[in-house]
Design a protein around this ligand. Structure first.
Ligand code: 5GP
Length: 107
């Protein structure tokens, strides 16, 4: 069965899309820690991020960087934090979380 993120990428479940290319998709987290909290996911359905091959893992981070640059422009923040969790949804993803001060780092 497709993961919820695959269903979002396919357009079956609505989301606020931030960016997309041929391999990756970025959208706002439905339960954001802060405004602008964004998830970056590979279109390839793979559970554990470190099971991606080296090329895809590197490309995912380059894509995440371009998304972070867009977040920096859209949301007032000092920088965009990066977190890899992946306990809830079995589809590899990176959290991009705008942060303004140390106390924003709650994860
Ligand atoms: P993790 O697997 O990294 O622990 O957490 C998964 C993240 O996906 C959570 O922050 C959760 O809010 C987000 N999420 C789960 N289901 C949906 C959904 O249907 N739409 C969106 N936009 N985000 C989701």
């Amino acid at each position: 069965m497709a993961t919820i993120f695959s269903r979002i990428i396919a357009g079956e479940i609505p989301c606020y899309k931030v960016a997309e290319d041929d391999r990756f998709f970025a959208f706002l987290d439905i339960n954001p820690l802060v405004q602008g909290h964004t998830l970056v996911v590979p279109k390839q359905e793979i559970d554990y991020i470190f099971d991606l091959n080296d090329d895809d893992l590197a490309a995912m981070h380059v894509f995440a960087k371009s998304v972070a640059r867009a977040i920096e422009k859209a949301v007032p923040c000092k920088r965009v934090g990066v977190a890899v969790m992946g306990l809830e949804v079995p589809h590899a993803h990176i959290h991009l979380i705008p942060i303004n001060k140390e106390s924003d780092m709650i994860i």
